[in-house]
Design a binder for this molecule. Structure first.
Ligand code: KG4
Ligand code: ZN
Length: 347
C-alpha cells in the first residue's frame, strides 16, 4: 500500500521539508518525490565562519512555516510524519520536533509521528529516485560497504541488508567534513569550506600547480577501519606557519590536503569491500557532494568489478527527502524513537 510521508529536517543549518510517496517492503522499498524543499542558512552563518546554534534555531522557526505553507496542505494527506531527532544541534532539532508535533495535531491527527535518526537519513539516501533512476534489485546491492562522510561523522558501515548493519569503523577525532571546514578557515576561505576546497583543488589541476605537498595520510595502514583527520589538519596548519613566504599557492595546499584525505577514505573503503566481498560500495553525506571523491571511488570500484552507488548531490547535503526514506524504513521495521532531541545520537 502506498504511504504518503511528510518529513522535516532541522538538525543543522538547512531547514528542509519533503513529501514522498513510498511503497514496497524492506526487500524493495520504492519512493516517489512529490516535494523536496530546502532553505539554506549559509549566508546567515557565513560572517561567523560556522554554524551558530541560536541563529540556526531562529531561522528554522522562521522558515518552517514558510516551507510548510508552500505545500498547500489542505490537499495533502500524510500517513506518516518523520522528523529528525538527532544527531545535531539540540536547539535546532527541537524546532523541528515542536513544529512536527504542532502540524500533526492541527492538520494530520490520524498520521503516525516518527522520530528519525539523521545518520539513517544519509544511510538510506541512495534509495531516493532521480531522473533516469531505475529501481534497484537489492540482491545486486548487498552485501555493501557504505562510507558516510559529513560535517559531523565519518563512518564505514557493512550492510548485509537494509536493516542488518555493522559499523566497521569511525573517526577517532575530527570528521572529514569538519577537517575540510577547518582547513578552509586556515586558508581564509568562506564557510562552508568543503565546496571551496574542492573549487581550489580543481583550479590547481587546471593551472597545473598541484605539485603535491606531502601531507600525512593518518591511519591509512592501520589494520582497523577507524579514521583520524585531526593530525592531517594540524600538518596543514604547521605547513602554512612554516612556509609563510614560499609563494606557494592556496590552490596547491587545498589540492594536496584534499588528496591526502581522499587517499585514506578510498584506501580503507576499498579494503573493506575486498575483505567482506561486497557487491557494491555506497557513498553518502555532505562530503559525497565532492565530484573528485565520487569519481575516484567510482573508478576504484570499477577496477575491482563491484558496483558504485551514490545519490545525486541534492540528496547528499542535508535534506528532508532522505529523512522521509529513513522514516519509511523505520515504519516498516516498526521502530520509533522518542520525540526528544538527542544531539549525540549514534547510528
Ligand atoms: O551532511 P552534511 O550536509 O551535514 C552534516 O550532516 O554534517 O555535511 C556537511 C559537510 C560540511 O563539512 C561541508 O564542508 C561538507 O559536507 N561538504 C563538502 C562538499 N560539500 C559539502 N566537502 C567537500 N567537498 C564538497 N563539495
Ligand atoms: Zn547530514
Amino acid at each position: 500500500m502506498v504511504k504518503t510521508i511528510l518529513a522535516i529536517e532541522t538538525s543543522c543549518d538547512e531547514t528542509a521539508i519533503a513529501v514522498l510517496e513510498a511503497c514496497g517492503g524492506l526487500r524493495s522499498p520504492r519512493f516517489r518525490i512529490l516535494k523536496n524543499t530546502v532553505s539554506s542558512q549559509i549566508e546567515i552563518h557565513r560572517p561567523w565562519g560556522g554554524v551558530v546554534p541560536n541563529l540556526a534555531k531562529r531561522e528554522h522557526q522562521k522558515n518552517l512555516p514558510i516551507l510548510f505553507n508552500k505545500l498547500k496542505t489542505n490537499k495533502l494527506k500524510a500517513d506518516l510524519i518523520a522528523v529528525t531527532v538527532g544527531p545535531g544541534l539540540e536547539p535546532a532539532l527541537w524546532t523541528g520536533i515542536n513544529f512536527a508535533k504542532e502540524i500533526h495535531g492541527k492538520h494530520f491527527p490520524g498520521s503516525a509521528l516518527i522520530g528519525t535518526n539523521h545518520l539513517e537519513g544519509h544511510l538510506y539516501s541512495f534509495l531516493l529516485p532521480y531522473k533516469g533512476y531505475k529501481p534497484r534489485n537489492m540482491r545486486d546491492v548487498f552485501p555493501a560497504i557504505q562510507l558516510i562522510v559529513s560535517g559531523g561523522h565519518t563512518i564505514l558501515v557493512l550492510m548485509i541488508s537494509l536493516t542488518e548493519i555493522k559499523i566497521l569503523g569511525e573517526t577517532r577525532d575530527d570528521a572529514v567534513g569538519e577537517a575540510f571546514d577547518k582547513v578552509a578557515r586556515m586558508l581564509h576561505l568562506p564557510y562552508p569550506g568543503g565546496p571551496e576546497i574542492e573549487r581550489l583543488a580543481n583550479e590547481a589541476k587546471k593551472l597545473k600547480t598541484n605539485e603535491a605537498i606531502q601531507f600525512p595520510r593518518p591511519m591509512i595502514n592501520s589494520k582497523d577501519y577507524d579514521f583520524s583527520f585531526s593530525g592531517l589538519k594540524t600538518s596543514v596548519l604547521y605547513h602554512l606557519r612554516d612556509n609563510p613566504k614560499s609563494g606557494e599557492s592556496k590552490t596547491n595546499v587545498a589540492a594536496s590536503f584534499q588528496k591526502a584525505a581522499f587517499d585514506v577514505l578510498i584506501s580503507k573503503t576499498s579494503r573493506a569491500a575486498a575483505e567482506f566481498k561486497t557487491r557494491s560500495v555506497i557513498l553518502s553525506g555532505g562530503v559525497a557532494a565532492n565530484k573528485t571523491l565520487r569519481k575516484r571511488l567510482s573508478a576504484a570500484c570499477r577496477r575491482s568489478g563491484i558496483g558504485f552507488i551514490s545519490a545525486p548531490i541534492r540528496f547528499q547535503t542535508d535534506n528532508a527527502a532522505m529523512i522521509a526514506a529513513a522514516g519509511y524504513i523505520n515504519h516498516l521495521k516498526k521502530k520509533n524513537r522518542r520525540l526528544s532531541a538527542k544531539g549525540g545520537m549514534d547510528l
